[in-house]
Write a protein that binds this ligand. Structure first.
Ligand SMILES: [Zn+2]
Length: 66
């Protein structure tokens, strides 16, 4: 069996700060947003958080495309 370095928790992604493909730690976070222009006080949205392991830059992407 070939032994290859596998990073179980990290994936390689483009980092806008580093300007290259760097390992990122990815997690999903439920963030509560307040919307002042609506009667809905709080909205919970799932975000995909990718943290660059090189520079620590955090990229949050809303998973709900609504
Ligand atoms: Zn980076």
């Amino acid at each position: 069996m070939a032994t290859q370095p596998t990073d179980s928790d990290s994936i390689r992604e483009q980092c806008p700060s580093c300007g290259g493909n760097t390992p990122h730690e990815v997690r999903v976070e439920i963030r509560t947003e307040s919307r002042k222009d609506e009667n809905v006080a709080f909205s919970r949205e799932p975000y995909r958080i990718a943290v660059c392991e090189e520079c620590g830059a955090e990229t949050a992407t809303r998973m709900n495309n609504a």
